[in-house]
Write a protein that binds this ligand. Structure first.
Ligand code: FMN
Length: 222
């Protein structure tokens, strides 16, 4: 057990709607160990499947394009943008993120993509200028991402080049400014895959290992 002078605020983002979700279980195992090590840690869960997300159209899109064009918001745009700002503020109120992510059709579930599309916004989580291009604005944060898939997509596997799950998450996190990222591969999860039991065991061990140390993974990545 460790005494933390400034315990980290940790957000667990759950992208699987399944009760028996492998990615959620591994993410939870990591957080249980983190909590054991750091009883003072503030840990919250965000179930993306029960989160009320605004539809990205109409006034919300106009609000985004107004920002890109450096135009002030009209009242309806400001109202739509306020919902985005609230969700971004909630996201930014944490220091460390644990994403539990199933692979769906080679990529991520649409609910997680919806959340990402809502919070990835100019002036809030990234900026763009002609001189400097895209720059992430989410600095000083860390992330652990648990990847679950029926089959094996890790380097050296025949399916490696088909993966749009880890490829997307890694690039998106970098895009908004989070480059201190650790991955936990929880696949293959399909019970009949020969590597499935060993993969689960290795994922659980890595989840525990990433929770060790003075501040666990959070401190080591800072
Ligand atoms: C809609 C859907 C699409 C899926 N697509 C893939 C896929 O492209 N490749 C794969 O290996 N597994 C695929 N799977 C299997 C899941 O990735 C696998 O069951 C994983 O364990 C799900 O994560 P979870 O247990 O956290 O829900 C898919 C599952 C669903 C429900």
């Amino acid at each position: 057990m460790t005494h933390d002078p400034t315990p980290p605020r940790v957000l667990h983002l759950i992208a699987s709607p399944r009760r028996g979700s492998s990615s959620t279980a591994i993410g939870q195992a990591h957080l249980d160990d983190l909590r054991r090590q750091h009883p003072g840690a503030h840990i919250e869960t965000l179930d993306l499947w029960s989160l009320d997300l605004p539809s990205i159209d109409g006034d919300l899109l106009d609000a985004k394009y107004a920002i890109l064009a450096r135009r002030p918001h009209e009242p309806a745009q400001a109202q739509a943008w306020a919902r985005v700002q609230a969700l971004v503020a909630q996201f930014l109120s944490f220091d460390h993120y644990v994403f539990s992510v199933p692979m769906w059709n080679l990529g991520i579930p649409y609910r997680l993509k919806h959340y990402i599309d809502v919070i990835t916004q100019p002036g809030l989580t990234f900026s763009w200028t002609p001189e400097r291009g895209y720059e992430g604005l989410v600095h000083g944060r860390t992330a652990v991402v648990v990847y679950a898939s029926a089959f094996d997509y890790t380097p050296g596997s025949p399916l490696r080049d088909w993966d749009q799950q880890k490829a997307f998450m890694t690039t998106w996190l970098r895009y908004i400014g989070i480059d201190a990222v650790e991955a936990i591969d929880a696949g293959p999860t399909r019970p009949s895959e020969p590597g499935a039991p060993a993969a689960r065991e290795a994922a659980e061990a890595r989840a525990r290992q990433l929770a060790q140390g003075p501040f666990g993974v959070v401190d080591r990545m800072r």
